[in-house]
Design a binder for this molecule. Structure first.
Ligand code: CA
Length: 222
């Protein structure tokens, strides 16, 4: 799950980034509007957390520009707690949700998880597809038998990306983008290693290889 965090307050962005990474998100940071707009269009993010008061270009303007170019990445805006007019402007510009500052990171995380489910048309509060269910709090996968398996952070992020895109071919490059940070020394061969580990845990038929194209999550139910 790759997330763009747009926030010019260094203190807040540093702690938020840390907390979101702990929750299994690969986080890229933008500190001003023009850069944020560019990054949001260049990279296929799953989610964007957008502060409104930014240097070089306001968050509202950035959001409006994304939407005018058919960039529909789910966006949660950060606004001052009492600024109802900011929230209205945010929704009009195409925001999917908002959070008033100051906020607890736990609330941001559950709102982000709800946005992910909504954007992937998941029902209820579970990330479930093809017979496997993910427990985001414990980073576990739940099998149809209700048995729970522990996953490492990377395994969890990889499986989440596959499950959310069930039936679609995901290239190694795409998977790498969603599993690692921007400045991580990316080695797409590592994806093969982690796919193998997931197959060892879940069964080899769960993830299919399309030679030269990538991987598909097909699920455990046939
Ligand atoms: Ca700000």
């Amino acid at each position: 799950m790759r997330l763009l965090l747009v926030e010019d307050d260094e203190l807040l962005s540093t702690s938020l980034r840390h907390d979101l990474e702990q929750q299994g998100f690969a986080v890229d940071l933008a500190k001003e509007g023009v850069e944020a707009e560019f990054m949001g269009d260049e990279m296929a993010y799953d989610l964007i957390v957008l502060d409104l008061g930014l240097p070089t270009r306001s968050g509202i303007e950035v959001l409006r520009n994304w939407r005018s170019r058919d960039n529909h990445t789910p966006v949660i805006i950060l606004t001052a707690r009492d600024a109802w007019h900011e929230r209205v402007a945010g929704f009009k510009a195409g925001a999917d949700d908002y959070l008033g500052k100051p906020f607890h990171v736990e609330e941001l995380v559950v709102r982000l998880q709800a946005l992910i489910r909504r954007s992937h048309e998941m029902v209820g509060n579970r990330l479930k597809s093809g017979g496997l269910e993910l427990d985001e709090e414990r980073q576990q996968v739940i099998l149809p038998s209700q048995q729970r398996l522990e996953l490492t952070g990377t395994e969890f992020r990889l499986l989440r990306c596959l499950i959310l895109n069930k039936g679609k071919i995901l290239s190694k490059t795409r998977l790498t983008e969603h599993v690692y940070e921007q400045d991580f020394d990316r080695d797409s061969n590592l994806i093969e290693v982690y796919i193998r580990r997931l197959r060892d845990k879940l069964g080899s038929q769960v993830i299919e290889t399309r030679r030269g194209q990538g991987y598909i999550y097909v699920g455990v139910e046939t």
